[in-house]
Design a protein around this ligand. Structure first.
Ligand SMILES: Nc1ncnc2c1ncn2[C@@H]1O[C@H](COP(=O)(O)OP(=O)(O)OP(=O)(O)O)[C@@H](O)[C@H]1O
Length: 344
């Protein structure tokens, strides 16, 4: 039986009177990319430290490949930590070692014989696209290259789990995309299980197959990312986090929105379509079937966890109950955001 790589069961962590993690439970199956998101102070770092066996919870269990790390003696913890790779926000490379030397360090600590190291280091450098950079010093690298070294170092001992702590928060948007693509590729090629801690919903949207939303130490959402993005109801915290990356009604139009339909005016709706429905020519179908005009004002179609997902603000003329019923077949969470009276 293939056990989950991670099982977190009723974990709590207190600091003095403050509860940082409150009865947190979730599982991560092999090969999943789990995103953990929450606002500042939600408990993300506390969770990561417990998952990485850098801190012990006050209550609950954390099983890594079926082994409870909260009760393991120190000696066994050392070998267990080798099953977990860490990727840090600020890379944490040793400036006194070359790129190859940084990647070699975990191999040396694990007791990999000297003769075997160069081959392993070369394979890791190739995996992260730095084959020519082994002899360089960290100071000679860009932020993105430093993070590639950080990822290669984290993979050195062939971990079962990769823990990424805000791995792209210090990088520019283009480099963020390249690093997220690299993590997705490593996940695909090695089947590696990844937990990403982040405060950026965009990171989650791009690569996380599953999502846990933390708020004040508690889990408020735990499901496949696509299901949460397309859900009819979400927690207030999730809505706030999602709104950062969701299309919004253009401000000039928002100022003209009224609550009631107006003759000859248009309705402004928000439609989300997950899976195959996102590729369907729904709006042109609407035009043909009902003789109305539907225009996408904001948003588009992207991929979430390899599945198409459309999130759009659309204006529709002649909006009526029939059209609403037609569209809610495809998006039960469809929202009419308001109406714009005709410009007479
Ligand atoms: N060592 C500590 N001592 C006292 N309080 C702590 C400690 N570590 C965390 N906390 C508290 O626990 C709560 C959760 O903190 P944590 O750092 O886990 O949140 P976070 O989601 O990672 O926040 P951020 O995104 O700002 O890093 C916070 O209220 C924090 O002040």
């Amino acid at each position: 039986m293939d056990v989950n790589v991670v099982d977190v069961r009723h974990v709590s962590r207190r600091f003095g009177g403050h509860v940082a993690l409150d009865d947190v439970s979730f599982s991560v199956a092999r090969g999943e990319i789990l995103g953990v998101i929450g606002r500042s102070g939600a408990g993300k770092s506390s969770l990561l430290r417990c998952l990485g066996a850098l801190d012990r919870p006050d209550a609950g269990q954390i099983l890594i490949e079926g082994q409870d790390i909260t009760t393991l003696p120190q000696a066994q913890l050392v070998s267990l930590r080798r099953r977990i790779g860490f990727v840090f926000q600020h890379f944490n490379l040793l400036g006194s070692r070359t790129v190859a030397g940084n990647i070699s360090l975990p191999l040396e600590i694990a007791g990999v014989p000297r003769a075997q190291r160069p081959q392993r280091i070369a394979a890791l450098l190739a995996l992260v696209g730095l084959s020519e950079q082994g002899d360089k010093w960290p100071a000679q690298l860009s932020g993105g290259q430093k993070q590639r070294v950080g990822i290669a170092r984290a993979l050195a001992n062939d971990p079962a789990l990769l823990l990424c702590d805000e791995a792209t928060s210090a990088l520019d948007p283009e480099t963020t995309t390249a690093i997220l693509d690299l993590l997705a590729e490593i996940n695909r090629e090695l089947g590696l299980t990844i937990i990403l801690i982040t405060h950026e919903m965009d990171v989650i949207r791009r690569i996380a197959t599953h999502l846990v939303v933390l708020d004040q130490g508690r889990i408020v959402e735990n499901a496949p990312t696509l299901a949460i993005m397309g859900a009819a109801t979400q927690s207030t915290v999730t809505q706030a986090l999602l709104s950062e990356t969701q299309p919004q009604v253009p401000p000039a139009l928002r100022a003209r929105l009224v609550a009631e339909p107006a003759p000859d005016g248009w309705a402004i709706i928000r439609i989300r379509l997950a899976g195959e429905a996102a590729w369907q020519p729904l709006l042109s179908q609407l035009g043909q079937q009902y003789g109305v005009e539907a225009t996408v004002l904001q948003g588009g179609t992207t991929e979430i966890a390899g599945q198409p997902f459309a999130d759009q603000i659309v204006s529709v003329t002649g909006y009526c109950a029939e059209i609403h019923d037609f569209l809610t077949q495809f998006d039960p969470s469809l929202k009419v955001l308001g109406h714009v009276p005709a410009d007479h």
